[in-house]
Every structure is written in C-alpha cells, then in structure tokens.
Design a protein around this ligand. Structure first.
Ligand code: NAD
Length: 490
C-alpha cells in the first residue's frame, strides 16, 4: 500500500484534516511513490496554535541553549545524508551527487545559524546625554513559515528555518507537494533532537495551505521560494494582511562569454550549470550571450559537451542528468523549444523525444541547445526551467549588459573572461542580485544573503545569513537614564 504522509504538529504525527490526497510521483519512473495531503486551512490553524503555545517558553530560552538543538540537527543530517539523498533523488529526479550537494548546503545554514548568540548582538551607545545610554535589542517576531519549491526539497527550508528558530521564533515548514518525502524524513530524524513540542511543525499541501498561511493571524512572517507569479501573489496577499514577507521568484540567468575567455573551462562550467539538475536550478545558466568571436569559439564545443551528458535515473552513479519533475513540465518545456524554433531560433541540439531503456514512463528531456534565439521570442522571455540552453550573439560587452538589464528577471548573471576590467564593468553595471565571474552557478554561501533582483525577488531582506536574522527579528531601541544620586537617597 502507498504511504500516506502525515503532518507534524505539536510534536505529533497527525493526519491531515483535509480529505484529498495527491500522488507523489518519481519523475524517473512515472510511478506514484506516496500520497501527500492536498492540505486544509484547519491543518494550518492547528500548526499555528501549536507554534504559538510553544513560542511562550521558546522565546525565553537563552540563545546559547536554542543553538544546541541546531548543532544536533547538523549531526543528524550528516549521519543520514546517504538515506536522505536517495529519498530526494527518488522524488525529485536529480542525481545522488546533486542531492548530497543540497544536504551540504542545508548543513551550512545550520552552521551559520549556530552563531546566533553573536549575530544577535546589537549596538550600545553610552552617554548619549549625561547619565543616559541608548541601545538596540533584537527580539523574535513570533511564528514564521516557509513555503518552498520542488527543485531543492532539502536545502531551501534551511535558508530560513534555522535562523528563525535560533532567533527565538517557532516555525511551520510547508514543503512542495511535489516533493514532500525528504522533509518528512528529516522531521522524523529530528525527533531525536528533542526540540520542545510545537517549536518546529510541518504542514503538507498546495495552494489552499499556502493561502491559509497567508491569512492566518497568528503567523507574522513568511519566507517563500518558487515561481514569479506565485511569489507575487504571496508577497501581495501576505503584506496586505500585515505580514512581513520575503518572496524569491523565478529566473532567466544569462552567462556572457567574452572572446578572451578560457574556452575549455568556460564550456565545461556552462554545460554543468545549464544541464545540472536538468536545468531546474534557479541559478542555472539558461542563456549564453556570446560577445564577438566567442560565438565561433565555443558553440561547437558546447554542443559536444552537452551531447556527452548521460541522461537517466539519478540513482545510477554514471548518470549526469536526471528527468524533469512532471509530465506537464516536460510537455511545457518541449512546447517552448518549438516556440523558439518557430520564432527563428536554430535547433543546434534537440533533446526532445529521448527514451531511456527501462524508464519509458519517466519525464526525460535530453540537453537541448537553441542558437540565435530572438529576444522577442517567448523562448527567451519565459523561464523554461529545463535542460534548454539558448544562445544569443552580440558585438560588445555593453550590448550584452543592456540585453540582460532589459530582462524582467534579475536572479543571477555571470561572465567568463580573462579581463579584470570587463569583469569589473559587468559586476558594476549588471542588474542582477547574484553575480558570477568565471563561475557557472553563482550560489551564495550560507554566510551571504541569497540575493535576487527585479521580478526574481519581492521584499527587502533575503534568505540566509544576517539578512535572515534581520528578517526574523524586530528591533527595539531602549533609552535608559540611571542617576547615581537616586541610589544614595535610599
Ligand atoms: P511554484 O511557484 O509552482 O510552487 C512553489 C510553492 O508555492 C509550492 O510550495 C506550492 O505548493 C505553492 N504554490 C503553487 N501554486 C500556488 C498558488 N497558485 N497559490 C499559492 N501557492 C502556490 O514553484 P515550483 O514549480 O515548485 O518551483 C520552481 C520555481 O521556483 C522556478 O520558477 C524557480 O526559478 C523558482 N526558484 C527560485 C529560487 C530563488 O531563490 N529565487 C530558488 C529555487 C526555485
């Protein structure tokens, strides 16, 4: 019988109060591997009440004690990384190496959040007037919630949750309904950490659960990661309801290749960026902008590098690229490839229609490259989120930067060059929140904010690092007068 996943509320595994369940499908086989609750507002209410009760004692627990739980979580993730990677690959399709990579990234956020006793320190000004001091303290907000996408089932909730609870908030995690099994297993493993009941809760579901989180009066802070239309909806509805919201959205990341770039390194790194995780990374290279003679230097090499990628089940250690997440996703991506061709792009490598022996029902698309893609084409304007790399040729670095800056997304942009001056101009002038210089996936480490500009982000403070600490705390400024003479009078 297929496993029916449960919510984790107030330290207990409980069935959803909703009656509808969705299939969790292994994208490599097309088979259902579990049932996940479609969600209900009553589940969110129960989790919010549980978190609210737990908050009373948790916010008064010293930060030095709160982080002890995080140290234990790190050990639990490390000790169980192999099992978690397999679960992640089975539900998400990425390779085992990619699944292990995201576990490492999750752990790095726990490590940074363990520094909360220092990160919470605030300024103190003595004698702002005679005998008067002023200082600032950071206090938790109450209950936080994360809503995450399918492409990093393990890592993304850790951009927020460890910081929130280390700061003294209690928390609700809402995994993507497409990939709920990794986080379910993590919550089972975290039971050994013995967090006080209600500090960490998990509610499954899709749209109805998200809308209930956006409306629940006990939840003041929401961290969202997903596509731009949903990020906008979450930001608008959440802020309209008086909540603090950070919403990271979609992307269309360009990589500029200058004529002086080291060809082999550039090609290898771009192919890994474009086709790793089957192109389903929000920092994946999706457009290569070749400047001048860079086009003839790298195009053929890129095709050969893409052709060499072995596509198949991520559990197979020889496989370098897994399937895309769903049948609908595969159809949408294949349609966008055709739109690009119809709009005048040149099909340099076609990954449509590939069959993997023994996995005929899997959602596979091979690496695909479109040359001479038109800026007006939906194939360029839309986030394809699959293993499709577009190439656009321009004459100058200035033109490349202008092209990137006209795009509505601003998650990341990279340049490959040997010139410090070109790299500096690119970093200075490009409108994107994460910049790579001779880097293919400009993913910030946990001690930097995960930036993102334009329609790739709605809000002010990003996930990870000091930004997450600021997001999950509110400042209180205290001005104090203590007069020695008063003491003498007693
Ligand atoms: P998605 O927007 O479909 O879903 C994200 C979350 O929103 C899920 O938990 C889902 O349950 C919920 N949701 C979906 N539709 C909703 C609706 N109509 N109303 C309310 N909630 C809804 O995204 P996805 O397909 O799971 O993930 C891929 C997207 O995430 C891509 O656009 C990718 O670029 C983006 N992403 C962005 C970042 C970043 O840091 N900017 C990181 C990873 C992924």
């Amino acid at each position: 019988m297929t496993t029916k996943l449960k919510n984790y509320i107030n330290g207990q595994w409980v069935e959803s109060k909703g009656s509808t369940y969705l299939d969790v499908v292994n994208p490599a086989t097309g088979q259902s591997i579990a049932k996940v609750p479609a969600g209900s507002s009553e589940d969110v209410r129960d989790a919010a009440v549980s978190a609210s009760e737990a908050y009373k004692a948790w916010r008064n627990t010293p930060a030095t004690q709160r982080v002890q739980y995080l140290y234990k979580m790190k050990q639990v993730l490390e000790a169980n990384a192999d099992e978690l990677a397999e679960i992640c690959t089975n539900e998400c399709g990425k390779t085992i190496a990619e699944s292990k990579g995201e576990i490492i990234r999750a752990i790095e956020n726990l490590e940074v959040a363990c520094g909360i006793p220092t990160l919470l320190q605030s300024p103190f000004s003595e004698d702002i007037a005679t005998g008067v001091d002023e200082f600032m303290i950071r206090q938790p907000l109450g209950i936080g919630a994360s809503i995450s996408p399918f492409n990093f089932p393990i890592m993304i909730p850790f951009w927020f949750m460890p910081y929130a609870i280390a700061c003294g908030n209690t928390y609700i995690v809402k995994p993507s309904e497409k990939v709920p099994m990794s986080m379910t297993r993590i919550f089972e493993l975290f039971e050994s950490v013995n967090l006080p009941k209600g500090v960490l809760n998990m509610v499954h579901g899709g749209r109805e659960t998200v809308d209930a989180i956006l409306e629940h009066p006990l939840i003041p802070a929401i961290s969202f990661v997903g596509s731009t239309p949903v990020a906008k909806h979450v930001y608008q509805t959440g802020t309209l309801n008086g909540k603090r919201v950070q919403a990271q959205g979609g992307a269309k990341n360009a990589v500029v290749v200058m004529p002086d770039a080291d060809e082999d390194t550039t090609v290898r790194i771009i192919a890994d960026s474009a086709f790793g995780c089957a192109g389903q990374r929000c920092l994946a290279a999706s457009v290569v902008v070749t400047v001048g003679s860079a086009a003839e230097k790298i195009t053929q090499k890129l095709i050969l590098s893409a052709l060499s990628k072995k596509t198949g089940n991520g559990l197979d250690s020889n496989v370098e690229m897994g399937p895309v997440i769903t049948k609908e996703s595969k159809e949408r991506i294949e349609k966008l490839i055709q739109v690009g061709i119809d709009d005048g792009a040149e099909l340099l490598l076609d990954g449509r229609g590939i069959k993997i022996a023994g996995l005929e029902d899997g959602f596979f698309i091979g690496p695909t490259i479109l040359g001479n893609v038109k800026e007006e084409s939906q194939a360029y304007k839309t986030e394809i989120f699959g293993p499709v790399l577009s190439i656009i040729n321009v004459d100058t670095l200035e033109e490349a930067i202008e092209l990137i800056n006209r795009n509505r997304y601003g998650n990341s942009a990279c340049i490959f060059t040997r010139s410090g001056a070109a790299a500096r101009k690119f970093r200075h002038d490009t409108l994107a929140g994460n910049i790579g210089v001779n880097i293919g996936v400009a993913a910030p480490m946990a001690f930097f904010p995960f930036s993102g500009w334009k329609e790739s982000f709605f809000g002010e403070l990003h996930g990870q690092s000091a930004h997450a600490v600021e997001f999950y705390t509110q400042t209180k400024v205290v001005i104090e007068r203590w007069n020695e003479e008063w003491s003498r009078k007693f």
